[in-house]
Design a protein around this ligand. Structure first.
Ligand code: SOE
Length: 379
């Protein structure tokens, strides 16, 4: 088996999700490559050491530039806040590393374009962690659409609803709360949550040509954890947009962190000429399917329990009827990345795919600010 030596930057939520993917992948998938957890990097030596011990990393770095310089690292995995992605990814690419970057690709499409340009110049494999593509029920949706089961698609509808920022006492900035700080996150729900919905949508239903959006920041000022002062909030707390897809279908997307009662309600529904499908992250192992071609006496929504061995990825897990969860989408991402690497094939979504999402997010934010319809540029 060939080794792929991983250097991971950032030990928060995503550092754990990715590390879990690396650790478990070879237990469940037969692959030519195995990830080796060479080094974990974070600014606090103590926390990086604790993380390395818990997840089995061989060594620790506190300066990401030193990690990138190391000859014993093949791939740099970036799990840090969005404002660091471009600088780290570009430096890693220039040092000849494979680069895996947490979503969204960058703060904005300008940074994203530079990242795509440089990584493509190096020819090095790269990927972005839009993990929901690899939930088996979502992959099944892709298969059904590609097989033509839905026919011509008319509507694409997606939501990503949360409720964790409603309190005005919640500060912005620093560990965990950098998502509320525009300087660190770039945007609010658009880059954090709608980016997932957009990535899935363009994968399932093709490109988006134009958008019109409405954004709102409900709490205008919050204490900033890094300065200790009450500062203006620069992120979008909520965003809804309409769009046109290249295939002529119409899209409706909504995301908020102010939907009391919803923790991570990511849902999508697609309506085609023959059939419709819908999916819900809170019930992620099911795909709902309605086919108008069924005999009318038995026609109705079916709830497909995506656990059989012939369903995407499921042959690698347990026996039919036993489901898997959120963390497995990261295991699948690692498995697919290592397979693409072994075959010398392009992994998707890569930086170029993620830049398509970034350009849509930028157009949404621009439209949200001025109320216009915006045409979306292609990467
Ligand atoms: C935000 O709460 C968040 O953790 C996102 O950053 C993730 O990308 C999403 O998958 C779940 O919600």
């Amino acid at each position: 088996m060939k080794n792929l030596n991983i250097g991971l930057i950032g030990y928060g939520f995503m550092g754990r999700a990715h590390s879990n993917g690396y650790r478990r992948v070879n237990n469940f998938f037969d692959l030519e490559y195995q990830p080796v957890l060479k080094a974990a990097c974070g600014r606090s030596k103590e926390q990086a050491e604790a993380f390395a011990k818990q997840w089995g990393y061989e060594s620790v770095e506190t300066d990401w530039r030193k990690l990138i310089e190391r000859d014993d690292i093949d791939a740099i995995d970036i799990c840090t806040p969005n404002n660091t992605h471009a600088e780290m990814a570009i430096a890693a690419a220039e040092a000849g590393k494979i680069v895996l970057c947490e979503k969204p690709l960058a703060l904005n499409a300008e940074q994203g374009a530079k990242m795509v340009e440089i990584i493509e110049k190096t020819g090095k494999p790269n990927g972005v962690w839009y993990n929901y593509r690899r939930v088996p029920a979502v992959t099944l949706a892709k298969q059904l659409i590609d097989d033509g089961k839905l026919g011509k698609i008319f509507h694409y509808r997606a939501n990503f609803l949360q409720d964790w920022t409603i309190s005005e006492d919640l500060p912005q900035g620093g560990a965990a709360l950098w998502r509320l700080d525009a300087a660190a996150a770039g945007s609010g729900v658009t880059g954090d949550l709608l980016a997932h919905c957009i990535d899935t949508a363009i994968w399932l239903n093709g490109g988006i040509s134009s958008v019109t959006a409405m954004t709102e920041t409900f709490i205008k000022e919050r204490k900033h954890n890094l300065t200790g002062k009450v500062e203006k909030v620069g992120i979008d707390d909520a965003c809804a947009f309409l769009c046109r897809f290249d295939n002529g279908s119409l899209g409706l997307f909504e995301s908020t962190r102010y939907a009391r009662g919803h923790k991570a309600l990511y849902t999508f529904e697609i309506n085609g000429e023959h059939a419709s499908i819908k999916w819900d992250l809170h019930d992620l192992h099911r795909l709902e399917y309605f086919d108008h071609r069924d005999e009318s006496r038995v026609r109705g929504w079916r709830s497909i329990h995506v656990t059989d061995g012939d369903m995407p990825y499921m042959g690698n897990w347990w026996v039919p009827g036993l489901q898997i969860g959120y963390e497995h989408s990261f295991v699948h991402q690692v498995a697919d990345f290592l397979t693409a690497l072994a075959k010398g094939e392009r992994f998707r979504p890569d930086f170029r795919d993620a830049q398509e999402t970034q350009l849509i997010c930028d157009a949404v934010l621009k439209s949200g600010a001025n109320g216009s319809w915006e045409n979306v540029a292609k990467p």
